[in-house]
Ligand binder design. Structure first.
Ligand code: C2E
Ligand code: CA
Ligand code: CA
Ligand code: CA
Length: 275
């Protein structure tokens, strides 16, 4: 048994070593990803629940690594956050998304994910203002999605940044609501315009009564606070029906469209497309 334990430990050490090397390798390659043109954006439709009308898109980052292929955001975003690279990458995402959206003939909105480190970085609201000006995108078309981690880390800086962004006309959505460091008081203390229910709850609406109860409660909260609620990860007509019955007004998920590169959305973003 002792032998086995030792072997197990060595195996564990070796695995840890491999994991650390893997992380370093990803971080190293991520440094060059922007310059090498390996990053791109995909857009996922957000629609009115009642009419199915698409009013905007969530912007999601993709990294096509020359050797590894598509690296999932769940792998590289945490590494980008821990290494501080998210500042450069996030600025690229914001500029690229605003540039792309500014060319559409229909004034649809874009919802850009902003990480905690970005939000509390020096001059973030000013950076957004510059990008809006430089790309000529109207601030009303930009929404930023913030998770509660961003508020916990530095509540004062976060509040100031959000207030400045709101003055510009940018809207603020609370992302992944109900997961992580949720606190209801955040909804009162910070100037949110929208609540986004996380996919993990929506997916279990019909398999876990607790998930259905949470979704119902968040929708009630939104109603009480006068904030629209968007449900993420809607995949089935049954999920959509439940959400509609409970008063949800906005939806996003594979049922309405997967995230795709912008050139696959021409008919949605432009009027009178000539092919
Ligand atoms: P998120 O902000 O919660 O984004 C929603 C994720 O759910 C996306 O995964 C999207 O593709 C996926 N999704 C949407 N609808 C469905 C559905 O119906 N079914 C299923 N199974 N999945 C659905 P993705 O693109 O892999 O992004 C994962 C996370 O990476 C995002 O979670 C976000 O936290 C982060 N992320 C992505 N792009 C950026 C970015 O530009 N900046 C920052 N800071 N984070 C980003
Ligand atoms: Ca999001
Ligand atoms: Ca989510
Ligand atoms: Ca499901």
């Amino acid at each position: 048994a002792k032998q086995e334990g030792k072997g197990g430990y060595r195996f564990f050490e070796a695995a840890m070593g491999a994991q650390i090397r893997e992380r370093r390798s990803i971080e190293h390659d991520l440094h060059n990803a922007i310059d090498n043109g390996e990053l791109s954006l995909v857009y996922q439709p957000q629609a009115q629940l009642e009419t199915g009308e698409v009013f905007g898109f969530e912007v999601l980052l993709r990294w096509n690594h020359p050797v590894r292929g598509l690296v999932p955001p769940s792998v590289f975003i945490p590494i980008a956050e821990e290494s501080g690279l998210i500042l450069t990458i996030g600025e690229w995402v914001m500029r690229q998304a605003c540039q792309e959206a500014a060319t559409w003939t229909r004034p649809l909105s874009i919802a850009v994910n902003v990480s905690a480190l970005q939000l509390s970085s020096d001059g973030f609201p000013h950076l957004v203002q510059s990008i809006l000006k430089e790309t000529n995108l109207s601030a009303e078309r930009l929404e930023i999605e913030i998770t509660e981690t961003a508020l916990v880390r530095g509540p004062h800086r976060a509040l100031l940044a959000l207030q400045r962004l709101k003055v510009l006309g940018v809207t603020i959505a609370m992302d992944d609501f109900g997961t992580g460091y949720s606190s209801l008081s955040n909804l009162q203390a910070f100037p949110f315009d929208k609540i986004k229910i996380d996919r993990s709850f929506v997916q279990e609406i019909h398999t876990k009564p607790q998930a259905a109860a949470i979704v119902r409660a968040v929708l009630g909260l939104g109603r009480g606070l006068g904030l629209p609620v968007i449900a993420e990860g809607v995949e089935t007509p049954e999920e959509l029906k439940f959400l509609g019955q409970e008063g949800c007004t906005e939806v996003q998920g594979y049922l309405f469209g997967r995230p795709v590169p912008i050139n696959e959305l021409t008919s949605l973003i432009c009027d009178n497309v000539v092919v």
